[in-house]
Design a protein around this ligand. Structure first.
Ligand SMILES: [Zn+2]
Length: 304
């Protein structure tokens, strides 16, 4: 009896977090897993991010590998139900750790990892990630930090199974200092990473309000039919609108306040933007975003 209990307990122990991933088709041969518009928590296992995969006749191309090794292995199981094909490439949109911690799983399957220069600079072996801190040892499981096989500085085009993928950094800084978008011209599908948020607020902590607006403008210039952001469920041609409207309003209100000589101490009380209060994570991120925008726009004013 005691050994039975021991076996049961050890079985429970090795069971990884069940992400219950269900791929959603966003275009022909293009699927995404949509994470919840929330912060990272033990309850969601870090599944607050969108990842996608494209099925070609040679194999899969994955866009962002998600929050953990277990997440990536469960995503892979879902791909294998669609076709018994290998993952050829994994393209990482930027270096924030909700987007790439499935890398070690895909590398173990022989996939080649492509990402921005900032990944190479900021993701280093032995570092403790935010994901690791919040999830704890058990949920973080087999997740490991691995290096990229190829770095994209400006742009790169790859062809897999006759499908062309154009990878490009649109601006020197937007959500981070290294944001890649991936465009499939034949399908008019664009993977925007965290240059596009829906259903929740973005964070400007590593980015720029002006760079983000510039990035959104450049995304709209693709005239894509499908735009998938790093967070949120909206994937139509207008998927850039929510964030554009948030940042445009913030830029205007912060500049107006600066012209009225409102200081840093008062700015978060002044730029409340009530229309955006219904957005998820408003309470967590809005004030910080206003302060970041204030500092950036103030510097701009000083230069003039
Ligand atoms: Zn993100």
């Amino acid at each position: 009896m005691r050994s039975m209990i021991a076996i049961c307990l050890s079985f429970i122990w090795v069971q990884a977090f069940d992400y219950a991933l269900v791929p959603k088709k966003v275009a022909e041969d293009v699927y995404c897993f949509f994470g919840a518009p929330e912060e990272i928590s033990k309850e969601n296992g870090g599944n607050m991010v969108n990842t996608c995969f494209v099925h070609t006749n040679e194999g899969f191309v994955v866009i962002d590998s998600g929050p953990t090794y277990a997440y990536a292995s469960q995503a892979y199981e879902q791909m294998q139900k669609i076709a018994k094909l290998p993952v050829i490439y994994v393209i990482i949109t930027h270096d924030h750790d909700d987007h790439w911690q499935g890398n070690s799983f895909y590398k173990s399957k022989g996939a080649l990892l492509i990402g921005p220069r900032t990944y190479e600079q900021n993701v280093v072996a032995g570092m403790k990630t935010r994901m690791q801190r919040v999830l704890g040892k058990e949920l973080y499981g087999q997740t490991k930090i691995v290096t990229l096989d190829s770095v994209v500085d400006n742009n790169l085009s790859i062809t897999v199974g006759h499908q062309v993928f154009q990878i490009k950094q649109l601006t020197p800084i937007a959500h981070t200092k290294g944001d890649l978008v991936i465009y499939i011209p034949e399908k008019k599908v664009l993977f925007a990473g965290d240059l596009v948020f829906n259903d929740r607020l973005t964070s400007l902590r590593d980015g720029s309000i002006l760079g983000s607006l510039e990035g959104l403008k450049k995304i709209d210039a693709y005239h894509a039919k499908v735009i998938v952001g790093g967070h949120g469920y909206k994937t139509d041609a207008n998927a850039t609108q929510a964030l554009k409207s948030y940042l445009t309003t913030m830029k205007k209100e912060v500049i107006d306040a600066q012209e009225q000589d409102i200081g840093m101490e008062e700015i978060t009380k002044k730029v409340v933007m009530p229309a955006f209060k219904r957005m998820k994570l408003y309470d967590v991120l809005h004030k910080r975003n206003v302060l970041d925008a204030y500092k950036e726009l103030e510097m701009l004013e000083d230069e003039e």
